[in-house]
Write a protein that binds this ligand. Structure first.
Ligand code: SF4
Length: 291
């Protein structure tokens, strides 16, 4: 069964997918961090939703912002403590297996790099959360004025009925995926992908486009419904972008799915252009340069 994340890897680079499927086994750590941060974002949505219920009409924007933020920095702090703790434990386990002095020196360097990248991740996440709270505060303040209602009465405007991290496995499509968020409004289902990456200037990235179609198809099978639009939330700039799930989108998805199957199931080596900008930080650069 093909996973939606496999399709995303293919969209980044078919050859990278080939290496991941046929050579690499060491992707667990990255997966753990990205899953934990995704869960954190969902927890923050929950906190914001709860805090919104305590916002009253007379409050100014600063006060709304403060009230909405209650409990969020603690949640961020705790999550990063957990990530650091698990990283430390993995490093200890690894170094117990290696006793060589040179390797220990290399491990120190590795540790420093890991710490720097965690700090950077945390900084980016805090900026993203602050931006989102500011925007939400402005919208809440304006909506309360216009509708003459308290926060608790307008919560559905900002937090429609949703399901988070929804796993769907469909035998017919031979596809499995965890959908970040499914919003349900008036019986219609909308798949939402939450992205912490930089957004493109226009539209959505190709990989996000394919993920949106895959999610729409999975929802159609699971809920016996028809999905016409999916959304990508680029959290860094608090921007929601639509993906129309029309016939062309569906056709292009199945074309990609066939190619992915050839690589994953049959071990077919794809031909791609190397030496591109995306290759600079790719962990398989050396393999490609030498081939
Ligand atoms: S180095 Fe470039 S071509 Fe090679 S796997 Fe990575 S992204 Fe693909």
């Amino acid at each position: 069964m093909i996973s939606v994340s496999t399709i995303k890897s293919y969209m980044f680079c078919p050859l990278k997918l080939y290496f991941q499927s046929n050579i690499d086994e060491d992707v667990e750590e990255d997966y753990f961090i990205s899953k934990t941060l995704k869960d954190l974002r969902i927890d923050i949505q929950d906190i914001l939703h709860k805090n919104l219920r305590h916002i009253k009409k007379g409050m100014d924007e600063n006060e709304i912002e403060k009230r909405l933020s209650i409990g969020i920095s603690n949640q961020v702090k705790t999550t990063f403590e957990i990530i650091e703790e698990i990283n430390d434990k993995e490093d200890i386990d690894e170094s117990n297996l290696k006793k060589d002095e040179e390797i220990e020196f290399i491990d120190e360097e590795k540790k420093e790099k890991e710490n720097d990248s965690l700090k950077e991740l945390k900084k980016e996440l805090i900026n993203e959360i602050n931006l989102n709270i500011k925007i939400l505060s402005l919208k809440v303040s304006q909506s309360m004025k216009v509708l003459d209602k308290d926060g608790g009465e307008i919560q559905n405007l900002f937090f429609p009925t949703s399901m988070y991290n929804y796993l769907i496995r469909d035998i017919g499509l031979d596809l499995i995926g965890v959908i970040d968020k499914i919003e349900v409004e008036k019986g219609n289902y909308f798949p939402i992908s939450l992205k912490s990456s930089n957004p493109p200037i226009n539209g959505v990235w190709d990989g996000d486009f394919m993920e949106a179609i895959a999610n729409a198809l999975l929802i159609e099978q699971e809920f016996n419904t028809y999905v016409t639009v999916a959304y990508i939330d680029y959290l860094k700039i608090a921007d929601r972008r639509a993906v129309i799930i029309d016939t062309d989108a569906r056709k292009s998805f199945f074309k990609v799915l066939t190619s992915v199957n050839k690589i994953v199931e049959n071990g077919e080596i794809p031909t791609v252009k190397t030496g591109l900008k995306k290759c600079e930080n790719c962990e398989y650069k050396e393999l490609c340069d030498n081939s």
